[in-house]
Design a protein around this ligand. Sequence first.
Ligand code: PMP
Length: 400
Amino acid sequence: MNPTSFLDDRIDFLGERYRDSVTEGNYFYETELTGQTAATVDAEGTDSIMLSSYSYLGLLRHPTIDSAAHAALEHYGTGTHGVRLLSGTTTVHRLLEERIAAFKGTEAAVVFSTGYTTNVAAVSTLMSRHSVVICDKLNHASIVDACRLSGAEFLRYAHNDLEDLRRALVQAGDRPALVVVDGVFSMDGDIVPLPETVALAREFGAAVMVDEAHSLGVLGATGHGVEEHFGLDPSAVDVKMGSLSKAIPASGGYIAGSRGLIDALKHNARPYIFSSALPPAVAAAAAAAFDVIEAEPERVTDLQRKAVWFRNTLRDAGFRTGDSSTPILPLLCGTDALTFEMTRLCRKNGVYVTPVVFPAVQKTVPRLRLVVTSALDDAALRRGVDVLIDAGRATGLIGR
Ligand code: PMP
């Protein structure tokens, strides 16, 4: 047997979906952007309104953040050339971790190279085959992968369903258990019922971890996240995870929590021990962004106001938008074909949207996943909504 034939077969199999979507003219992914701000993109030669950016607070290109990155670049150069424990820790890494801990009201914090590896690091280090990890069914893929890697028994409960969470906690029995949830669910834009989730976990002696990739900077009167939104004490959540690639315009992820938790992760989490540190310019940008969020809280209120207007206007126009109550708004299209047609029409008319279909979401709920940012002024938002409504009418998704 030709030793590479299995690889050829596998590559052929793995490429099938991609090839089909290109053939059908439905490949809208990895579109090359030749320029971007938080509000606009230059996509394939068209200047478009950006309705698919994670820069929730419009901090991309913020001068304070850019100059912090420039200064670190000048001082340290582009790379770290080392893992954190050996030669990869600079003063900006330490300052960033202190900044995150202060922002989240914890004793300490640790940063990792991406949000994805942060989840993998935390769950796989804290849990073992003697323990149980309990997840909402709509938790992000990085949490799912982290749970699998941990070797712990992996229980899932129906989305935001507290009775089903109770069932899973009962099933965990006396074993150590960690309940992991997204603060804001990334595809649906709804919020975890955190006070009830924490109370239930505590009733069973379980610990709680929250992924704040989409709630940091977004929830709470001053953008401090999910505890602020619900008026909870910072101690309500044992393991606070966040990404530095969304409201924070950098990259990386963090865990904030007790000093003991952070020391344990730093000295046991394999993605921390065996992977190079964040580039100093990225760490400096992230640290400056936390300062900007606190110095300019009006960005948070502005975002929240715009998200409400955007959601209500699209709902009033007849679109189905699920249970979102945040800047992430799923526009449910019913079929993949309609989702792609909506994408085509919006992009043709200068509004950059992205289609999300199976396997990123269940087959029955393909959607445009729209995101409002505070960088969009009212006129741009109005224009975005008008284009969406025209496309909805042209495709028959909403009535005339
Ligand atoms: N958690 C959630 C809920 C996410 O949506 C994402 C990224 N989309 C991540 C974690 C991973 O974060 P990063 O992009 O920083 O790796």
